[in-house]
Write a protein that binds this ligand. Structure first.
Ligand SMILES: NC(=O)c1ccc[n+]([C@@H]2O[C@H](COP(=O)([O-])OP(=O)(O)OC[C@H]3O[C@@H](n4cnc5c(N)ncnc54)[C@H](O)[C@@H]3O)[C@@H](O)[C@H]2O)c1
Length: 334
């Protein structure tokens, strides 16, 4: 099949592209290669995706004409939409970047799918949509009407926009709420990468909320496996569905939303300890207050994904952190 993967130079997009190509699919990967973080890492990920089945196109999602032309020329069977302006903290100072990439950009994807009869759109949402929710684990039947960062609000908007297109134009859409993804080729703006760099460089790490946080850390290979399996499950219309009897993650339209996480939250201090063990260095820690936009804990209820695709994440934090450190040391020769 022919796939469009957006954010193909990104952490998750490059890993998904690589897997699709390895399975013999044709992949057109797009990315605008923006400098939100080190662009050379994005180029290195693209080199890794190099394959005779993979074609890279440098394109901005917000380029309406460029996006419409790409869809019309290529006639994709399926779209895996992972490009976005990510990051909670950056959205405090740079809100407009989120409007361009996550709202205008997402709409360009929906329009492309609508006009070119794409058979399934799988797109990235985020655990951050759970915002002020305190009931754990987070379930897709819970209300997600109280985001606490603009990033989270754009991700929730992506789900609403997808629902509209599923309803009006029968575009089958599946939204995946990713829970803190980590592993080799990871993002320099995320804790594991920042901590590793600081510790290796002999610098102090900033530990927010005095270390009292929990995250449902999910290893990249487990995420890729989930994406691969779910893209084969195309949501169908269900005329018997009603708002009153259904859950917010389902619809009468061909629309579905899932959590995709490990399903077992880990204390931040235990995560740091796993990193110290893997590096063989004790971190110098600077304990800080909670940062605006951050949530205290995340914990995915993945029962729905288990029932649908037998999703059982395999990689535990100690193992996953070690794999990241091995990659980091080899990649940065340190
Ligand atoms: N990594 C996580 O823990 C996590 C958690 C929740 C949700 N997500 C979501 O998963 C998706 C992938 O995340 P990631 O960790 O791989 O992030 P990433 O930043 O590594 O990858 C995103 C890629 O999209 C590209 N991009 C951004 N704006 C673009 C635009 N306007 N046009 C074209 N390309 C653009 C970037 O250059 C980048 O290479 C994102 O939608 C993110 O919001 C990630």
């Amino acid at each position: 099949m022919k796939y469009l993967v957006t954010g193909a130079a990104g952490f998750i997009g490059s890993a998904v592209s690589e897997r699709l190509c390895a399975q013999g699919h044709e992949v057109i990967g797009i990315d605008n290669l923006n400098d939100y973080y080190d662009v050379s890492l994005k180029h290195a990920r693209l080199d890794r995706a190099e394959h005779d089945k993979f074609t890279f196109v440098e394109l901005d999602l917000a380029d309406r004409d460029g996006m419409a032309a790409l869809f019309a020329d290529q006639q994709f069977d399926r779209v895996i939409h992972l490009a976005a302006q990510a990051g909670v903290r950056y959205s405090i100072d740079n809100p407009m970047a989120y409007a361009d990439s996550n709202l205008v950009g997402h709409l360009a994807i929906l329009e492309g799918c609508r006009h070119n009869k794409v058979k399934h759109l799988v797109y990235a949402s985020s655990s951050s949509v759970y915002g002020l929710n305190q009931k754990m684990p987070f379930n897709t039947s819970d209300s997600v009407d109280h985001p606490i960062s603009l990033y989270a609000a754009t991700k929730k908007s992506n789900e609403l926009m997808a629902h509209t297109y599923s309803h009006l134009y029968d575009v089958p859409t599946t939204g995946l709420r990713f829970f803190t993804v980590y592993g080799p080729w990871g993002r320099p703006d995320m804790a594991l990468f920042k901590f590793t760099k600081a510790i290796v460089d002999g610098e102090t790490i900033d530990v927010y909320n005095n270390g009292d946080m929990r995250r449902d850390f999910t290893y990249i290979d487990d995420i890729v496996e989930g994406v691969m399996r779910i893209q084969d499950v195309i949501p169908q219309k269900n005329p018997d569905w009603t708002v009153e009897a259904g859950s917010p993650a389902t619809s009468s339209a061909p629309y579905k939303v899932y959590n995709i996480g490990h399903g077992s939250p880990v204390k931040l201090m235990d995560y740091i300890e796993a990193l110290e063990d893997a590096l063989g260095i004790e971190a110098k820690k600077n304990f800080m207050p909670m940062q605006p936009g951050d949530v205290y804990a995340t914990y995915a209820d993945t029962e729905d994904l288990f029932k649908t695709i037998n999703y059982q994440p395999a990689v535990k934090v100690k193992e996953g952190v070690k794999a990241f450190v091995d990659w980091y040391r080899a990649f940065y020769k340190c």
